[in-house]
Design a protein around this ligand. Structure first.
Ligand code: 2HA
Ligand code: ZN
Length: 271
């Protein structure tokens, strides 16, 4: 059996968690990542019958029966993932209508998956309905996006348009815009369901006064989505209190649509 710590998906997960920490997005135990793995990726490195223990999930998601996830642990620090991946990460396979998770590797100190597991799993179900290539759900606390939720209108169209106006490439990276949830109690099935609902129409969902969720086909793409939105929010926070002399106009945003062959979210730009 090959060494799982050398598996490309493991190396990339460790690098991504470290990079997110280095960006200041994941203080203390903030943030969580889940990466859906193909069965053949897992069985090259693990005995699929070797269940270490079973952890109840507290929700039902029949669509995920038999699916494997590499996921960050509850209470664990992204800062530490690179030094002890087998303590801070785990690989689980869901069964029993998604109600049970069989642990196959990791959480070596007796831990378990992130408290945001419901939001992650429900978001995977939602994104897979829209895009069968989706594999990643990522949550973190980038300071400028958070700051923006204190001073900007939380209307999704208004929030999206502001981000698009902050950097030329934003509309190209997330033409569907960002969806926004009001403040809600985290770690619950309710915020999980609300996030998943929002994930049907966008890969980015802002949790007001808390952070952001991103989804994508791989870790790089998902990181890049959040990185781009956070850069836009940073620029907004630098200029929000200053008189706005120039902006990117809707006409220019339409030019970007044509140049990059993308379509802005319906109704978000003036004709
Ligand atoms: O503690 O970010 O939302 C991890 C979190 C909870
Ligand atoms: Zn959080």
């Amino acid at each position: 059996m090959k060494n799982i710590l050398e598996a490309p998906f493991m190396v990339e997960m460790i690098r991504t968690a470290t990079n997110m920490y280095d960006h200041g997005w994941d203080e203390r135990n903030g943030g969580n990542i889940s990466l859906m793995l193909e069965p053949e990726q897992v069985t090259a490195y693990l005995d699929a019958e070797g269940v270490l223990r079973t952890i109840p999930t507290g929700f039902t998601a029949p669509e995920l029966d038999g699916k494997y996830f590499l996921v960050t642990g509850t209470g664990k620090y992204f800062k530490n993932v690179q030094y002890a991946p087998d303590v801070n990460l785990g690989i689980v396979r869901l069964r029993d209508q998604g109600r049970q998770a069989d642990l196959l590797w990791g959480f070596a100190d007796g831990g378990q998956f992130t408290s945001e597991f419901p939001a992650h799993m429900m978001s995977h179900v939602a994104r897979l309905k829209v895009d069968d290539k989706n594999r990643v759900v990522m949550h973190c606390h980038p300071a400028n996006l958070l700051a923006m939720t204190y001073v900007h209108d939380l209307d999704e169209k208004a929030f999206t348009r502001t981000l698009w106006q902050m950097c030329t490439e934003c509309i190209v990276v997330f033409p569907e815009g960002v969806n926004v949830l009001p403040w809600m109690l985290c770690g619950t099935n309710e915020i999980g369901e609300a996030t998943a609902e929002k994930m049907l129409t966008a890969r980015l969902v802002v949790w007001s006064q808390h952070g952001i969720y991103g989804a994508g086909k791989d870790l790089d793409e998902t990181f890049g989505l959040i990185e781009t939105a956070e850069k836009a929010a940073e620029i907004y926070m630098k200029i929000a209190h200053l008189p706005r002399v120039n902006t990117i106009t809707d006409d220019q945003l339409h030019q970007l649509e044509r140049r990059f062959n993308i379509r802005a979210r319906e109704g978000y730009l003036d004709d």
